[in-house]
Write a protein that binds this ligand. Structure first.
Ligand code: 5BU
Length: 269
């Protein structure tokens, strides 16, 4: 776990996207990633325009949006998304959870109907297939000439998931194979950090009230995951998008996440 400030980590993070992210988090005073799990493209865009000032990252599941098979509307949506990211200074994270051999994920990340690598600054991948998955994804970014970063899935939030413990330790070993592309993890706690390393941990399963969703999701509070467990970014979906006043709710989560971070730094945890 790091008691260093986001600001100081922004100067030394091994990945370019990590430096950008930590620096905008410090500037905007937010460690909130909103998960826009909404199936209507226009609603996603208007929500992000409204909550943009409160967030550091917008997390998408592009494949839940029905685009009527129109590639042009996908391109229009991702262009509008990128414009909002510029306008409000946040990054885009497509929660694609790649899980295949290097050659296949290359085609999935760089092409298909979604062209994820062209518009998502960050994506994530399971470690199950081995290090070829990291190499394949990285090749796409290099071939496109874009700066991108990867989060490895070390531990999911859902009940009974097979991550954490030894799985997380092995995933960490895999991440160490490419510290310029892998910026961190999806996990429920900080990971072991050696001299010169700095892993950004982004954590789903965060809610201020509920404990679960009846389908295996498990929730913790921002204070628990950031201050106690040492995670860096809270990922909140239904806690915000399900609220009547989404803008006020996003601010409530931003404040809770930020206070938890300030306490962690002050406590020197
Ligand atoms: P929620 O509404 O805050 O429960 O949404 C959580 C989001 O994070 C949702 O998009 C999930 O697909 C995503 N998620 C998760 O919940 N747990 C995980 O371990 C990972 C992603 Br990885």
């Amino acid at each position: 776990m790091s008691s260093r400030t986001y600001e100081s980590r922004a100067r030394t993070h091994p990945t370019a996207i990590g430096r950008t992210l930590l620096s905008l988090m410090a500037a905007k005073k937010t460690n909130l990633c909103v998960s826009v799990d909404i199936t209507d493209a226009a609603t996603i865009l208007s929500l992000l325009d409204a909550v943009g000032p409160s967030i550091c990252v917008a997390k998408t599941h592009i494949d839940i949006i029905p685009f009527s098979n129109s590639p042009s509307s996908i391109a229009e949506f991702t262009a509008a998304l990128s414009a909002l990211a510029e306008k409000h200074n946040f990054l885009i994270f497509e929660d694609r959870k790649f899980a295949d051999i290097g050659s296949t994920v290359k085609a999935q990340y760089g092409g298909g109907v979604y062209n994820i690598a062209k518009w998502a600054h960050i994506t994530n991948a399971h470690s199950v297939p081995g290090p070829g998955i990291v190499a394949g994804l990285k090749e796409v970014a290099e071939e496109l000439g874009v700066t991108r970063a990867l989060l490895m899935l070390g531990e999911m939030s859902s009940k009974g998931n097979l991550g954490g413990g030894e799985y997380l330790a092995k995933t960490l070993e895999m991440a160490r194979g490419d510290t310029e592309f892998v910026m961190g993890f999806i996990a429920q706690c900080a990971v072991d950090t050696r001299e010169g390393e700095d892993w950004i941990v982004m954590t789903p399963g965060v809610d201020l009230g509920r404990k679960g969703d009846g389908l295996g999701q498990q929730y913790n509070t921002p204070d628990r995951v950031v201050r106690e467990k040492g995670c860096d970014v809270i990922i909140v979906g239904r806690g915000i998008i399900g609220a009547e006043d989404k803008v006020a709710k996003a601010e409530e989560y931003r404040k809770a996440g930020w206070e938890a971070y300030e306490k962690r730094v002050a406590e020197g945890r």
